[in-house]
Design a protein around this ligand. Sequence first.
Ligand code: PEP
Ligand code: MG
Length: 435
Amino acid sequence: MSRVLVGVPTAPGAGVGPVVRFDGRPVDAAPQVVVAADLSPADVASFAGAVPTALATVAGAPLSHAAILARSLGIPVVTGLGPELLAVPPGTTVLVDGDAGTVRVTPTSEEVEAAHARQLAARRAGDKARRLGAAPALTRDGRLVLVVANVGSADDAGRAVSEGADGVGMLRTEFAFLNRARPPSEQEQYLAYRSVADVIGARPLVVRTLDLGADVPAWDLDPEPNPALGNRGIRLALARPDLLRTQLQALARLAEVRPIDVMFPMVTTVDELRLAKAAVPLRARVGITVEVPAAALTAERFAPIVDFFAIGTNDLTQYTLAADRGNAAVAALADGLHPAVLRLIAEVTAAGRRHARPVCVVGELACDPLAIPVLLGLGVTSLSVRPNAVAAVKQVVRTVSMDDARTLAAAAVDEESATSVRALVAHARAAAWPR
Ligand code: PEP
Ligand code: MG
């Protein structure tokens, strides 16, 4: 038996290879497991050209932006492995199991074969889902659920289209500009957004304005002691009108060429939204990403001045449960199926229903097979997920009956914990929704 380090399952799949220590430079294309104390979103973005077999980190957690990027690149990841990880000498063969959250040091050939067999089975299941990907996702009782994609680049958008995405539900504009010394010009931004639009053709496109700050580095901006509660998202945009105006001007140009939706991140107050909307008039539908509990609880006040809501469950979970999304020590607590988070989502869908505003979930929760029936039952109208999850999410939607989902959601908000919600859904699915 090989020695096993236990961390937090972060990105699915398994990878075997020799350990290389990340030293800040892009890795080469040879199969290898990149090991680091922690990784920033910019580090992971630098792997896009030569994708490592797997990643393993001392710190980190599944909802960090670095982890989100790794999942969309299809890299298996385990985070939160602790300092023991750095005691594994470079060159040692390890098996990273992103589903179990383990790293096996010098695995046996049986363990490696078992991992390969699992990977093959997962690939076959993915191929099967992909064959149905382009078809619309209709629930068992015929409700159409748009399954759109979260993308950061034209490459991502291409992958999303080939997986069957019905459009782009969130273009994360800050990702296109990582690893830069200076903010991009209006022309650079226009071309970046235009390249995504060109790839997706006539499908819907929702662009999220810059969500810099917290774990996404921001050029010349001063570091903050507690950046997750600091000047990020729309707060930063309003504090730096030069950044906001440049981006909105680029988006205004795109809106002349094709219909777009624009949403503002990290909105807390109605005044913030009014100010942002006034900065540059746009021929676009405008919405907010609901990720601060205050915005969820006052959704009724936002509804008359937005065209749509998106719910960012990654941050909404972090702020509701007071659990840092980048900290492995509280990763188990940061579960968006906690009834407190579900109640906030219900506030938004209720306001959406009353004012005929669609509600999309754009956080990682939308990829979770146990969460999907609950979200639909709460009244969420579309799901925006990473490109490589689109086909699988559509498959799950097709197993859901809306009546059952509504009953399940009503029970879930009265549960006592995310664990009990998960047990409730698993039981209901096993009993009533055989695949
Ligand atoms: C979210 O918070 O759920 C979200 C989609 O935004 P991000 O993950 O980029 O913070
Ligand atoms: Mg967010």
